[in-house]
Ligand binder design. Structure first.
Ligand code: HSE
Length: 443
């Protein structure tokens, strides 16, 4: 059988991982596919730098040459960004090539149109490497769990963010210091606000929710909150209460719609997910038949991401001569069976909550606060009152009253109700700062 030729767009961290794996494991991959797979071309920005890698392939700075080359069967995109990646993948499909991409932003935002075009042409769009790096989570959702009605999934799906939170909690390092290291290691996005503000995780959550629930990709429906406002105090108070703070992506299917949300979350310290540290990712998926299942592994990096991308190449090669109708549907469900869902508004989210208040240290404050929660029928699970705050404890003068941090943990409640409670608490004269609100998931 003739070899299958691969054209790579981008030879950065991920692209080099793909080239390394294809070369090192060529014999093993041939045993799996029965075909020779050869990387023949790569499009790069810097020709000299790429040639210095000495990969024995044709290097060009003109990516159009790759997507239009009749000898290339599969185009792998590892360049990132929208422009020109989207145009190049459209062009590759127009020229009859299967496409594989590690580009989560592109799939989450433009995937519906790209996939529709591929389906029309009997081609594949594969994107395992776009979610959770080396973890085969798309494969698990799409095939391994295909018997289930998937009810919810929750994951740590941004390695950079998890690396930052872990180092802050374990070593007391500063946010900026850890971020700089993540950038140097090639984990962080070109624009690291994508990592720390949860946009990258929202892209990945969009893709997983679509494959899990059989809905079109709905990036604009994801509520996103970053980790840049998580303080060391919150990390410490959470620990005292038996929780760790993780940046979680949650997709939950309810009878009235779906919740799609990315935000810092307190997780009980005994949960496996609470112990996923550094650049590692993990996703818990709950299916009605199987119950909870957990997937863990490196969420970023050259060879872990390359591992998923090469697995997609192998999948495409195995089915390259098959009739398109015999392939696993790109978004797990038959294209005409995808069902748009009602995306629930934040006020309808249901969760438990961690609230940090700063109150004047005087009698009756706690009772007044508790009264507000009682009136709204919000059940309080735990209260922690800390020592007076250092900057207010030594105030002198008759009117000076120190403030104390008060931490409340509530039971599960609708977010609209919590917002109402926070509004009333913040109106009290005895509350000196805006209330910090973090969600708590028991998973
Ligand atoms: N910036 C991403 C992360 C890379 O840190 O997880 C992998 O998608």
């Amino acid at each position: 059988m003739k070899p299958v030729n691969i054209g790579l767009l981008g030879l950065g961290t991920v692209g080099q991982g793909v080239a390394t794996i294809l070369a090192r494991n060529a014999a093993e991959i041939q045993r799996r596919t029965g075909r020779t797979i050869q990387l023949t071309h790569a499009a790069v920005r810097n020709q000299g730098k790429a040639e210095a890698l000495d990969l024995g392939i044709q290097i060009t700075t003109d990516a159009q040459q790759i997507v239009t080359n009749p000898d290339i069967h599969i185009v792998c995109e590892a360049m990132g960004g929208d422009d020109p990646a989207l145009q190049l993948l459209h062009a590759a499909l127009d020229h009859g090539k299967h496409v594989i991409t590690a580009n989560k932003a592109l799939i989450a935002v433009h995937g519906n149109e790209l996939i529709a075009k591929a389906q029309e042409k009997g081609l594949v769009v594969a994107y395992e490497s776009s979610v959770a790096g080396g973890i085969p989570i798309i494969k698990a959702l799409r095939e391994g769990l295909a018997a289930n009605r998937i009810e919810w999934l929750a994951g740590i799906i941004n390695g950079t963010g998890n690396f930052i939170l872990s180092e802050m909690a374990e070593k007391g390092r500063t946010f900026q210091d850890v971020l700089a290291e993540a950038q140097a290691l090639g984990y962080a996005e070109a624009d690291p606000t994508f990592d720390v503000e949860g946009i990258d995780a929202a892209h990945k959550l969009t893709i997983m929710a679509s494959v899990a629930f059989g809905m079109p990709l709905e990036f604009n429906g994801v509520y996103t909150e970053g980790i840049s406002k998580v303080t060391r105090d919150d990390v410490e108070f959470a620990e005292e209460l038996g929780y760790r703070i993780k940046h979680l992506g949650v997709a939950r299917r309810r009878s009235d719609g779906v919740e799609l949300r990315v935000h810092p979350t307190l997780i009980p310290e005994k949960r496996l997910l609470a112990n996923v540290n550094g650049v590692m990712n993990a996703v818990v998926v709950h299916g009605d038949a199987v119950g909870p299942t957990l997937y863990y592994g490196a969420g970023a990096g050259s060879e872990p991401t390359g591992s998923s991308l090469v697995a997609d190449i192998i999948d495409v090669v195995r089915g390259i001569d098959a009739d398109a109708s015999h392939r696993v549907p790109v978004l797990a469900f038959q294209p005409d069976a995808l069902e748009p869902q009602v995306i629930l508004d934040t006020t309808d989210f249901e969760s438990a909550y961690y609230l940090r208040l700063h109150a004047l240290d005087q009698p009756g404050v706690l009772a007044t606060v508790a009264g507000i929660f009682g009136d709204l029928d919000i059940s309080i699970e735990a209260i922690l009152q800390k020592e007076p705050e250092a900057d207010t404890a030594n105030l002198s003068g008759e009117d000076s009253v120190p403030t104390v941090p008060i931490i409340l943990l509530t039971r599960r409640v609708r977010e609209g109700l919590i917002e109402k409670a926070i509004e009333r608490v913040e109106l009290l004269d005895t509350i000196t700062q805006p209330v910090t609100r973090l969600r708590v998931e028991s998973l």
